[in-house]
Design a protein around this ligand. Structure first.
Ligand code: HPA
Length: 245
């Protein structure tokens, strides 16, 4: 069962043949919404809207623990995260799809582990390569099959939000080696690793990051919606080919 977590611009999968919806409860509280079970090109898929189906949950309030736990309960054996980002690197402008291979985590105050109990031995997961390489390669191969260009690799900076960054913060992220910036990649990826579920991401560049490109003066929210609507159509095509492949 492939799980897809949809972010901004992807609160539902139009091409998903929906079979049922299930409200899940977890020891960590409620996920962002009901899990939607269905078929994509005949392949079983479970979909979850990260920000809720009405897009009401901001990045720092997403219950990442409950979301990942619910997907495990649903027997997800791989997770593809779709998340919009700001482009820091000059060639990563609005509309570009990126399959990142690294993460730098700048978030704070989020529940970022399942191993919080003081009664159990401390657990450290390996996170050298935060994204599962098999799932990453599945996405890349599907993009080729779908004829949709994607950028292979990139460093994802996870910021706290919900505000966007200052231009100086983006300069700092670039000095740190980040290529794209988003607000939801962590702790999602780490929690998936803790649960042993292979996880990778498709990042959709919604805008140039603050101070870059046409965001030099300020970020234009009107154009973000237009960019995401078009780009998510391409993401859906890639997802269909993942299921077919
Ligand atoms: N910064 C952080 N997160 C984002 C951005 C951005 O510019 N665009 C889309 N998600």
């Amino acid at each position: 069962m492939l799980a897809i977590i949809g972010g901004s611009g992807l609160t539902q999968l139009a091409n998903l043949n929906v079979i049922r919806r299930e409200v899940m409860r977890t020891p960590y509280g409620e996920p962002s919404g009901a899990l939607t079970f269905g078929q994509l090109c005949g392949h079983p898929v479970v979909f979850l809207a990260r920000h809720g189906y009405g897009h009401t949950i901001p990045p720092h309030r997403v219950n990442y623990q409950a979301n990942l736990w619910a997907l495990r309960e649903a027997k997800a054996d791989a997770i593809i995260s779709v998340a919009s980002v700001g482009g820091i690197r000059g060639d990563l402008g609005p509309g570009v799809l990126v399959v990142p291979d690294q993460i730098i985590d700048y978030t704070w105050g989020r529940k970022s582990t399942f191993h919080e109990s003081s009664e159990q031995p401390v657990v450290h997961i390996d996170f050298t390569r935060p994204y599962d390489e098999v799932v990453r390669q599945r996405i890349l191969a599907a993009a080729v099959a779908a004829g949709q260009p994607v950028v292979d690799g990139g460093v994802y900076a996870a910021t706290q939000g919900p505000r966007l960054e200052t231009a100086a913060e983006i300069n700092r992220l670039e000095r740190d080696g980040a290529d794209v910036v988003g607000m939801t990649g962590m702790p999602e990826a780490a929690l998936a690793r803790e649960l042993g579920i292979p996880y990778a991401a498709i990042n959709v560049v919604a805008n140039f990051a603050a101070g870059r490109g046409n965001s030099a003066a300020q970020i234009c929210f009107g154009s973000i919606d237009v960019v995401l609507r078009e780009a998510m159509g391409r993401v859906r095509e890639v997802l269909e080919h993942i299921c077919e492949g």
